[in-house]
Design a protein around this ligand. Structure first.
Ligand SMILES: [Zn+2]
Ligand SMILES: [Zn+2]
Length: 171
């Protein structure tokens, strides 16, 4: 059984995130507004910074964070805040996500940019994908979850437009 983050732990994570955002404001002499933190990542993604339609947000995976709390506080929090800082400073089309700009922010944070997590995630459920692979004679098809459910409920069959074969779910 995997364990969720406690309320107290979430507060620590939000505080640590805020600490790095404030540090960025000091380091780069420009105000970095505090952005929302969410604990809604699932699957094996540990953290994510995103500029979405509703604004900037940092998201963490509560199951992985709970399992490796200290490590994620040390690595994942500065990692995601550094993405935020780089996103404000640079045109994202012109740089690579973990390129020298991001690594430079990580070093300014005193964090280790090259550290890649070697976590054992075997007890963390993988994300349920929105498509399911199906096979015919000639290739693999990705069926949306609604089509997949129709096949499972025997309401619909789908055929490959190229080879004409019935599509079967890949086990
Ligand atoms: Zn990253
Ligand atoms: Zn085919």
């Amino acid at each position: 059984m995997s364990v969720e983050l406690t309320i107290e732990q979430k507060l620590v994570v939000v505080e640590e995130t805020t600490k790095y955002i404030q540090l960025a404001s000091e380091l780069y002499k420009r105000p970095y507004p505090i952005i929302p933190v969410r604990f809604d990542l699932t699957g094996h993604t540990i953290g994510m910074y995103r500029q979405g339609p509703k604004g900037k947000v940092i998201r963490y995976n509560p199951l992985i964070f709970a399992k490796y709390f200290k490590e994620n506080l040390r690595d994942t929090v500065p990692h995601e805040v550094a993405h935020y800082v780089v996103d404000v400073q640079f045109d994202r089309k012109k740089i690579s996500p973990h390129g020298q700009e991001w690594r430079s922010v990580m070093r300014q944070f005193g964090a280790e940019p090259s550290r890649t997590a070697q976590y054992d995630l075997s007890d963390i459920p993988k994300r349920r994908y929105k498509t399911v692979p199906y096979q015919c004679e000639c290739r693999t098809h990705q069926l949306g979850i609604r089509r997949h459910n129709k096949v499972r409920q025997r309401k619909m069959d789908y055929y490959c437009q190229q080879c004409g074969q019935l599509l079967k779910a890949v086990e």
